[in-house]
Design a protein. Structure first.
Length: 128
């Protein structure tokens, strides 16, 4: 399984990457939404998962999600917001734009794995 981590924080990309890598994911990274679109365009087939921060320079996470949802070839990507934005209206906006799940920072590795399990994206070799 493959995942793209979209976050302007290198440290956060490393943390999420470690959790997903330990769960069996092959990881690609991007520092903002525009860079992530380029990463997706460069892949032969879409990844199963994209973990997306909301607040980033160049292109924020909500705009990225909206752009991904416009492309039929990317509709199979499961989009999970991973962000500090915890206001209910933000969560509703992200889900309405096409995000499948929402994880608020700070979070534990177990919380992320539980979200992946709910989405059916947890490899069977990893127990929660």
């Amino acid at each position: 399984m493959r995942a793209v981590i979209v976050d302007d924080s290198r440290a956060m990309r490393r943390i999420v990457g470690r959790i997903l890598g330990d769960a069996g994911y092959e990881i690609s990274e991007a520092g903002d939404g525009l860079e992530a679109l380029a990463v997706l365009e460069g892949l032969e087939s879409p990844p199963e998962l994209a973990c997306v921060d909301w607040n980033m320079p160049v292109m924020d996470g909500l705009t990225f999600i909206t752009e991904v949802r416009k492309r039929p070839e990317w509709r199979s990507i499961t989009l999970m917001m991973v962000t500090t934005e915890s206001e209910q209206d933000r969560i509703v906006r992200a889900l309405a734009a096409g995000a499948h799940e929402y994880l608020i920072k700070p979070f534990t590795g177990e919380a992320m794995l539980e979200k992946l399990d709910l989405l059916g994206l947890l490899p069977t070799s990893t127990g929660v």
